[in-house]
Design a protein around this ligand. Structure first.
Ligand code: NI
Length: 170
């Protein structure tokens, strides 16, 4: 088991747009396995490769965070093809945004496509929590954090808190 270091805000790497995976080779498969280890250890319900320092379009997720059975799914080069409706994702959090949670407006339904670990095309018709997780993780591939989707007032509170902590740790 390999638990990778999770990059946190305000590291500029998190703003990078990721590159699609062209060849699902052994390095990519190992990265996916390590990402799952890291997600379950955190624990979290989703993780994007950019959060562990790899600017590739890969996400892993498990809405149950079931560390024992590890029924996680992986999507390579995922894309949101359509969304519908709206819901309030309550107390959303992110492993790269520690010690902060906020309600975020998300779509209630999302259709997502991508590839599985064998390179087969996958289509997921997601609703509710799964739809939220997929929107959150796919945002990471475009350099977007959930704090970019909340009011500037709330974001400002978090940014000041992080700045203060960084000063104190100097
Ligand atoms: Ni996140």
């Amino acid at each position: 088991m390999t638990v990778l270091k999770i990059i946190t805000y305000p590291d500029p790497f998190l703003k990078k747009k990721t590159k699609p995976v062209e060849d699902i080779n052994d390095d990519i498969k190992k990265l996916i396995e390590d990402m799952a280890d890291t997600m379950y250890e955190a624990p979290g319900v989703g993780l994007a490769a950019i959060q562990v320092g790899e600017d590739r379009s890969i996400i892993v997720f498990d809405p149950e965070a079931d560390k024992e059975n590890r029924p996680y799914q992986v999507l390579i080069n995922p894309e949101i093809v359509s969304t519908e409706g709206e819901l309030l994702s309550e107390n959303e959090g992110c492993l790269s945004v520690p010690e902060f949670r906020s309600d975020v407006k998300r779509a209630e339904f999302a259709v997502v496509t991508g590839l599985d670990i064998q390179g087969n095309p996958v289509r997921i018709d997601a609703q509710g929590l799964l739809a939220v997780i997929l929107q959150h993780e796919i945002d990471h591939l475009n350099g977007i954090l959930f704090i970019d989707r909340i009011s500037s007032l709330k974001r400002g509170i978090y940014k000041r808190k992080v700045k203060k902590q960084l000063r104190e740790n100097e």
